[in-house]
Structure formats: C-alpha cells, structure tokens
Design a protein around this ligand. Structure first.
Ligand code: BES
Ligand code: ZN
Ligand code: ZN
Length: 494
C-alpha cells in the first residue's frame, strides 16, 4: 500500500472511530471531508453507536467530487483496545467494503492509533488486514467469477512515513505467508500430494532465491529414513523430504530450523479413521503449510539469520504394503519404534524430520504439526499447544506468538510422562494411550530433538476452521506462519 501525506481523492476514506470521536475529528482528512459536508461531524456525534467496536458505517458524500464516500470502523473505548481487536477491526472494514464492491480503499492512519497501539503496530495491522481480509480460496469450481483485488493507500499526516511504510510492508509480508499456507491447506489431497507440495516449496525457493533440496524415495532409503518410509509404505504416492535453506548471514551457523508435518492425507492407515470428517484430513499438512508460509514471509523480509525448513511429506494409507499395528521400525536416528497405532503417524515422519534437521546443522528447533486430537480436547480450537525441552527457548517463541497475535499455550513436560513412551520391544512406542495424549506425542518428538533447544507446536485444533471470520474464510487458517516468521526476525543479527 502506498503512503501519502494528504488526502487527494478517494472512492472511500476509512476512519477508525473511538468513543467520543475526538481523535478522528482532529485529523486533517476528516476536516477536509467536513469542509465539503459540513454537518458530518454533528451527524457522527449524534450517532454514538458508530463507535461501537467492529461496527462499519458507510456514508456517501453527495457533494463530494474528490471524496465520494466516508467509512467508519468503530474501535470502542480507546483505553480498551488490544492489538487483536485492532486486527479484527481493520480486517472487518476491509472485508465489508470489498463485499460492497469498493475497488480502492484509502485509510486515514491518524484516526487508528491508540495509547497501547504503536504507529508500527497500526501499520502492520493495516498492511496485513488488507491482504488477509480479501483471502478467498478459488478451488476447482468451474463457474468462478473472479473478483478483482482491492487497491489501497494510507494517508499519514503526523506519524513518521518511513516507519509506517516499513510496518505496512511487514504486515503484507506476513499476510502473504498466511495466504500461501491457507492455499496449500485448502487444496484437495489428490492435488496436494507430497510431490506437489515439493513443487510448491521449489517454486517458493525460486521466488526468493533460496536453496531447495528434495529427497526422493531412493535417497530416503539410502539415508535410512525408516520412519518416513514406513508411513508412506501403504501409499502409491512417493514420499519426499523437502528442505529449504534461507541463508541470511555470510556463514552457515546458528541455524534455526522449522520442521513441518507434511502429511497430505491421513486416513489413519490400517488403524483406519472413521469415515465421518475423514475428508478434513487433507489438512494434515498444516504444519508444513505454516513452515512454508513463514519461509514466504522470510523471503520478503530478509532477516539476517539462517533458516532451514524441513518437511517430511507422505500420505498415510491402508493397503497390503502398509505398516501394521505392532510393527517395529528403525528411524533415521537409529532409535527403534514400535508402531502400536498407524494413525499416530505424524510423530513418525517428524522424528526423521527432526533428526535430519539436526544432521543439517540445526541449533534451534521448532516443529509444527496437526499432531493430536488430544490437543484439541485440551485447548479447543482457540489456542495452539506447545511443549519444550528448554524453557528459555519456549519463552522466546511465546513472545513471538504474542507479537503475531496468535494464541499459544504451553503444556507441561514433567519427567513421569517420559515413562509412557517405553515399549516392550523397541526404544519407544508411538501410541501411549489417550491420557495426556497431546503431551506424550510432543515428548515422543523431544526424544529426537535430544539436547537441541526445541519447541513443539501442535496446531490440530487451530489449523482448520468451520467458521468464516473477519480475518479469514472457512478452511485452512495458516496459523503459526506469523509466529515462526517473527521467531526468525528475532533471531536475526540486528
Ligand atoms: N492427524 C491426526 C491428528 C488430528 C486430529 C489433526 C484431528 C487434526 C484434527 C493424527 O495423525 C492422529 O490421528 N493422531 C491420533 C493419535 C492417536 C492414535 C495416538 C489422535 O489424535 O487420535
Ligand atoms: Zn493420524
Ligand atoms: Zn495425522
């Protein structure tokens, strides 16, 4: 979005409106409009409900030659607004104006800032909302009417324009990562196969000049990635280990690695899932989508750090060649695993992903996965759950999630949980039972992270939504893409 210093002409000028209206009335943009439509301030003052949080009001300016409409987005009480509220408000007005067929939006920056909202945060919110609020998944319907994307600009009268421009750029970069993640998740499983996902990663690398390495089945066999191979054994779709390298520093050191579950369809395998809602399991590559979304954002923002994305990708299908409950497999790390339940496949492919990331030099690890129904039972569909082996690393990730306005909550990893991972016939078992299932799944992965600082993010409840909202549509949410991108920004040499 372009930043301009003065309102020139506008199809619609958008004002944030706090209770008592004063801040908005003081902006040069409003005064300009009020000079044409002299009763506007009086009218707005009389309609106190215009300032109710998330209320959108559009008023045509009859005499307006250069400003045709005014829109207000209610922000509520100034001292009560959070960044999350602001995001919902900026997205709501954008979405609604798009639905009303506006083509070009002009935002009055100075009307939005508040005591707890820095100039940068407002700029990030506007830049991000303009993109995420417009998100639609076009899918494969044959009778599509293409909607043109909105143009936008921001009028900044008092704040520092360079800082606002940087904030808008950051918001847009985050939004593009989120939208990429959503697109990957919403694609059906017969299109979004491991091979296709690898192609998307390769295209991303090409766009941003990153290195991309895609290991095929023969290479996985040579390296001994027994866990990833075991999960894919029942499928006719070949597995892939997808690796992206972003080098933002002269030396390949202090490597931060994101490992994403790229399970393109989870039928459960021989431990088959019930038919009801099985179709939603095309979203089981949500972890890889978040990782690729973050890499897209990183590609735009170019932090001075080194980031590795590792995505083990496979289908989980039943067949005569599939792994069976009770089988014992050998992972890349050498650790053996008793597969008690073939539906607990995410932790198997991630085990090899984490080990491989370490072999490639990872010094800090974050894995992201739609890993357990148990996490959804624990935290619902609101918050992502997290587990760690290093509290200081977790604290950094939690801080980044807050900055990204993504809900994240830590679960405990007390020693007695570890005992549940034992097996009579192997080093570990992949299904210790229902109790504490989100924690034991996380700790299973921790056994492969070993001493490397590691945080596990289980997005089973948050990666997919059945409800449309201000900031998105039904389907993939792209959750944790922004948090991961923030972690990379924070990791950068300043
Ligand atoms: N992909 C699922 C987890 C999941 C469930 C994600 C619902 C999103 C929504 C995972 O592979 C799985 O099936 N986990 C099992 C583990 C169990 C067999 C130990 C589960 O959660 O039931
Ligand atoms: Zn499963
Ligand atoms: Zn799964």
């Amino acid at each position: 979005m372009e930043v301009i210093g003065k309102l020139q002409q506008a199809e619609v000028i958008i004002f944030g409106l706090y209770e008592n209206n004063e801040q908005t009335f003081k902006t040069p943009c409003f005064q300009q409009v009020n000079a044409i439509e002299s009763s506007l301030a009086e009218y707005v003052k009389a309609q106190s409900h215009f300032a109710e949080k998330k209320k959108v009001t559009v008023i045509p300016i009859m005499k307006g030659a250069h400003v045709k409409n005014v829109a207000f987005i209610g922000l509520g009480k100034k001292e009560n607004i959070s960044l999350r509220d602001l995001d919902e408000c900026t997205a709501k007005v954008t979405k609604e104006l798009k639905q009303r067929q506006f083509k070009h939006l002009t935002y009055c920056f100075d009307s939005f800032t508040g005591p707890d909202l820095s100039d940068e945060a407002v700029a990030v919110s506007l830049g991000e909302s303009k993109v995420v609020a417009q998100y639609e998944y076009h899918g494969l319907k044959t009778d599509q009417d293409e909607t043109a994307s909105l143009h936008g600009e921001v009028v900044v009268c008092h704040a520092n324009k360079d800082r606002i421009e940087r904030g808008l750029h950051k918001g847009k970069a985050h939004a593009e990562g989120v939208c990429l993640a959503r697109n990957l998740m919403n694609a059906p499983g017969n299109y979004m196969t491991p091979t296709h996902l690898a192609g998307e990663a390769d295209a991303l690398a090409e766009r941003h000049d990153m290195a991309c390495d895609i290991l095929d089945k023969e290479e996985l066999e040579k390296l001994g990635m027994g866990a990833l191979l075991a999960v894919s054994a029942g499928s006719t779709e070949p597995p892939k280990m997808i690796v992206l390298k972003y080098q933002g520093k002269p030396e390949w050191d202090d490597v931060l690695a994101f490992v994403g579950k790229g399970l393109t369809f989870d039928s459960g395998g021989i431990s088959l899932k019930p038919a009801l809602n099985m179709h939603e399991m095309k979203m089981d590559m949500g972890g890889s989508a978040a990782v690729l979304g973050a890499m897209e954002t990183i590609g735009h923002l170019k932090p001075k750090c080194n980031v590795l994305a590792v995505i083990p990708s496979s289908e989980n299908m039943p067949s005569g060649s599939a792994i069976k409950p009770g089988d014992v497999i050998t992972s890349l790390s050498g650790k053996t695993i008793e597969v008690k339940n073939t539906d607990a496949e995410g932790r198997l492919i991630l085990a090899d992903g984490i080990t491989y990331a370490k072999q490639l030099g990872a010094q800090h690890l974050i894995d992201v996965a739609t890993l357990t129904g148990a996490m959804m039972v624990a935290l619902g569909k609101v918050s992502t759950g997290a587990i760690t082996n290093r509290q200081s690393w977790m604290d950094q990730v939690l801080a980044c999630s807050q900055e990204a306005r993504e809900y994240l909550w830590q679960l405990p990893s007390f020693d007695p949980y570890q005992a549940l991972l034992k097996s009579d016939v192997a080093d570990l078992n992949n299904s210790p039972g229902r109790m504490g299932g989100a924690i034991t799944a996380g700790l299973f992965l921790g056994a492969f992270a070993e001493d490397t600082p590691w945080v596990h993010l289980d997005i089973a409840g948050t990666a997919w939504t059945d409800k449309e909202s201000e900031r998105g549509t039904k389907g993939g949410t792209g959750v944790m893409s922004k948090t991961l991108a923030n972690v990379a920004m924070q990791h950068a040499d300043k």
